[in-house]
Each structure stands twice: as structure tokens, then as C-alpha cells.
Design a protein around this ligand. Structure first.
Ligand code: CP
Length: 310
């Protein structure tokens, strides 16, 4: 029971077998999380640093909780309030943290490729918790795990990823993960938020959100990442909501019931309305719950303890 990689940098680098191993391990950890005592000694004496150079609510809390459930020792680092503001580099920051005998690093960074860069300079295993507009592998794993819980084997299932595809690391990791599991993927949204040539990844493109919803079994709706846009790519949020937002009227007009997902944070009333996000079709909070089991599985499988516990 181990993975083919030393680090989890992106879904692109791992195999379908790795994904299935992570899912089977997460199935076991999900059972642990239903018990009155939700803790196992799997990573006792392992120290993990969560270093976040960019804001996070779900990912940071989920990793920290996963580490605590595995009995690891954890330290948390945020760029704000650190010596990064005094000019300290990424490499120096991480070398200083590792000098305190840290075994694994969970890192989020606004620069695409930062975890790959780091992996050339340190020995500890690195888990990418989101790098710029590139990848967010544990989000894609928890998304696919949540779909698998509802639909079983994802082979041949139709998944629409809707919204700001251009700036979304969740979109890219989802595309890689879902394709490795045999699903069909369509990306949908305004032409200005869909990268040119994305079809070369083997996905279909749909500019009409209603048609994408009619086609799919699952809609994974993404927020507009205004913080990554340095020029206007659509007129107003109101117009975006009108033409590309997912609302209840749209869902009710379909001849079937689809599953609604969103990785968070949600901009209610923009890419998704509350009557959809909070509907019985939505599994948004299941995604959050599954994130802990998936991250426990990834941490455990990448640790040196993977062979010790069955
Ligand atoms: N889904 C996700 O990455 O959320 P956070 O930015 O809150 O971690």
C-alpha cells in the first residue's frame, strides 16, 4: 500500500492506481471518522508543517484536522505575520522550518509551480494544497471521491465543470483526475473564462450553461477568481449571474436530477444561487466532510509509516 510518487504535486503526475489506492485508504479513514474516538496512531512521531502563502479556510482546516486525527504533530505557518514580509525567500523559509525536524510539508502558494520548485530543494514529502492557477490535487481527489460515493464507478459518467475555468486550479486537477477515472468532462462558461485550446486536454467546451446541465450527471460549479484577474473578462457580476449562474429554475427545467458540487468558497447569487447550493441535490458539505478522509489517506500514504498500519 503505497503511492508511485514521493510528493503529491499534481494529479497529472499520479497514476489511476494511485487514485484508487487513495480512495480505498480514504474509505477506511472515513469509517474511523464515524467512530466515537476519531483518532488513530498512524502518524505518531511524524511532524507536518502546513505552510500557507495564500488564504484558505477549508483546505487549511481540513489538513490540520486530518493530521490531528492521524496523531501527527503539526505546525502552522502563514505568510502574513511572518518574516516573508521582511524579504525572506521561499527556500529560506522552508529550510528554516525543516531545520526544526519536520517530516512533511503541506504548501499553498499563489505562484504556479511553487511546490515543484520546492521539491528540487528539500527531502521532505510535499503536498500541494493549491498553487496559483495550476493544480489543487487534494480538492480533485475529494471531489471525485464524493462523486464516486453517489454514482459508483465514474467510468463513462458525464461531469460538467462550470465557471471560471481559466483561473481555476480546481478545474485542471478535476479534469486530470476525472479523465484518469474514465469520466467524460465538459467545461462550460463564458468564452473569456475558458482557455483557448483546452480541447487539447480531451474535454468538450460548452458556452451555454443550460446545455451543459442538460448533458451532465454532475455539475461542479466554480467561483469567479477576481483576485487572479488583472483585466475585466466580463461586464458585471449581475450579468454573469444572469447568463452563467446556476439557479433553481434552470435545474427544475431539466428532465433529470443532477448532482451539484462546488469546491468553495461560494459567491452566492453569482455562480450559484442559494436555492441550488442548499438544495437536496447539492453535496457541497459532503465534499468538505470527505476532504478530511482524503487528506488523511494522502498524508498516510506519503509518510514513511504507510507499511506499518493496515
Ligand atoms: N476549496 C478550497 O480550496 O477552499 P479554501 O480556499 O478555503 O481552502
Amino acid at each position: 500500500m503505497s503511492l508511485s510518487v514521493k510528493h503529491l504535486l499534481g494529479i497529472k503526475e499520479i497514476t489511476t492506481q494511485d487514485i484508487q489506492t487513495i480512495f480505498r485508504t480514504a474509505d477506511n479513514f472515513k469509517q474511523v471518522l464515524q467512530r466515537p474516538i476519531k483518532k488513530v496512531p498512524a502518524l505518531r512521531d511524524t511532524t507536518i508543517a502546513n505552510i500557507f502563502f495564500e488564504n484558505s479556510t477549508r483546505t487549511r482546516i481540513s489538513f490540520e484536522l486530518a493530521e490531528k486525527r492521524l496523531s501527527a504533530d503539526t505546525i502552522n505557518f502563514s505568510a502574513s505575520g511572518s518574516s516573508v514580509s521582511k524579504g525572506e525567500t521561499l527556500i529560506d523559509t522552508v529550510h528554516n522550518i525543516l531545520a526544526m525536524k519536520v517530516d512533511m510539508v503541506v504548501m499553498r502558494h499563489s505562484a504556479s509551480g511553487a511546490p515543484w520548485f520546492l521539491s528540487n530543494h528539500i527531502d521532505a514529502s510535499i503536498i500541494n494544497a493549491g498553487d496559483g492557477t495550476n493544480e489543487h490535487p487534494t480538492q480533485a481527489l475529494l471531489d471525485a471521491f464524493s462523486m464516486r460515493e453517489k454514482l459508483g464507478d465514474l467510468s463513462g459518467k458525464r461531469i460538467a465543470i462550470i465557471g471560471d475555468i481559466m483561473h481555476s486550479r480546481v478545474a485542471l486537477s478535476n479534469i486530470f483526475c476525472l479523465q484518469k477515472l474514465g469520466a467524460e468532462v465538459t467545461v462550460a462558461g463564458p468564452p473569456t473564462l475558458i482557455p483557448k485550446h483546452i480541447e487539447s486536454l480531451g474535454v468538450k467546451v460548452q458556452y451555454d450553461v443550460k446545455k451543459a446541465l442538460q448533458w451532465c450527471d454532475v455539475a461542479n460549479v466554480l467561483r469567479i477568481q477576481l483576485e487572479r484577474q488583472n483585466k475585466p473578462l466580463f461586464s458585471t457580476l449581475r450579468e454573469y449571474a444572469l447568463f452563467y449562474g446556476v439557479n433553481k429554475q434552470m435545474l427544475d427545467s431539466l428532465e433529470k436530477e443532477i448532482i451539484i458540487m462546488h469546491p468553495g468558497p461560494i459567491n452566492r447569487g453569482v455562480e450559484i444561487n442559494s436555492d441550488v447550493a442548499d438544495s437536496k441535490q447539492s453535496i457541497i458539505l459532503d465534499q468538505v466532510e470527505n476532504g478530511v478522509a482524503i487528506r488523511m489517506a494522502v498524508l498516510y500514504l506519503l509518510s514513511s509509516k504507510a507499511e506499518v498500519i493496515e
